[in-house]
Design a protein around this ligand. Structure first.
Ligand code: NAP
Length: 254
């Protein structure tokens, strides 16, 4: 894959799948705007490993409605263009079905805001910019196996947010592929990142139970998801616009 001359904005690039994606792009000649939320130390460490010339940091709390517009303009200012947006930032929040109504509603709104609405807002910024500038662009949305299979009884909102990422992907592809703007999705199963680790910390038997459900016999490393994201981001398969690619070790084959 060749990312030379390309500038890619990766949300949630400070850790996990996002950080692995940043490394693939920069090691393939690209420049990356690494967006992060609260983990400044991780973001700065990544930038010092990669080098300031090809890595720029932008902070934004995607839990805040309206954060995407400032994020987009900061990112754009760095090199004067963004070729690809990777909507990767996300949270996996645990619901309490029997708890207070207010907490239930707050958790749903937070999950939808971070996992879905911020991605739609950022895609809107990018598409408006690309259409106005009459240039092409690509968007890669990180969904989840949960979009197709559903999730645990404690994660209704997570699965719903990821299902909506898949339909957002289809809509943007149908609407703008004729303008050279291509949109793809990647749907990982369980991946070895902090997100998965925090679940294992709560339930010591979970890891083995999950592995037992995966025919491949392993939880995926973040690098494999990053490779799938970068395959789409590279523009090597633009006719796949609108598709969401499963990377789940055959744990859910559609
Ligand atoms: P992770 O290691 O927990 O990293 C999450 C990233 O999202 C971090 O960079 C974090 O930034 C950012 N983020 C979270 N909340 C944010 C907020 N309010 N504002 C700004 N940034 C925020 O997660 P991951 O496993 O790499 O997951 C990446 C994506 O893959 C997510 O969309 C997730 O749903 C999806 N996914 C993961 C798995 C899995 O098993 N791990 C499976 C399927 C899909 P800071 O740390 O700087 O705050």
């Amino acid at each position: 894959m060749d990312f030379s001359e390309k500038v890619v904005l990766v949300t949630g690039g400070s850790r996990g799948i996002g950080a692995a994606t940043v490394k693939v792009i920069t090691s393939s000649g690209g420049s990356v705007v690494v967006h992060y939320g609260s983990n400044q130390d991780a973001a700065e460490k990544l930038r010092s490993d990669i080098g300031h010339d090809s890595c720029h940091l932008v902070r934004a709390d995607l839990g805040d409605a309206g954060a995407a517009s400032g994020l987009w303009s900061d990112a754009l200012q760095w090199k004067g263009k963004i070729d690809v947006v990777v909507n990767n930032a996300g949270v996996f929040l645990t619901e309490d079905r029997t708890g207070p109504d207010e907490a239930w509603r707050e958790l749903w709104l937070r999950t939808l805001q971070i996992n879905l609405i911020s991605a739609a807002d950022l895609s809107r910024e990018a598409i408006n910019h690309w259409l106005h500038a009459k240039v092409g662009g690509s968007i890669v949305n990180v969904a989840s196996r949960a979009a197709f299979r559903g999730d645990s009884p404690d994660h209704w909102s997570y699965a719903a947010s990821k299902g909506a990422m898949v339909s957002l992907t289809k809509t943007l592809a149908r609407a703008y592929s004729g303008n050279g703007i291509y949109t793809y999705g990647v749907a990982p199963g369980f991946v070895l990142t902090d997100m998965a680790q925090s679940e294992f910390d709560h339930d010591p038997t979970l890891r083995q139970r999950l592995i037992n459900e995966i025919p491949y016999g392993e939880i995926a490393p973040a690098e494999e998801i990053a490779n799938a994201i970068c395959f789409f981001a590279s523009g090597l398969a633009t006719h796949a616009t609108g598709q969401t690619l499963d990377v789940n070790g055959a744990s859910y084959v559609r």
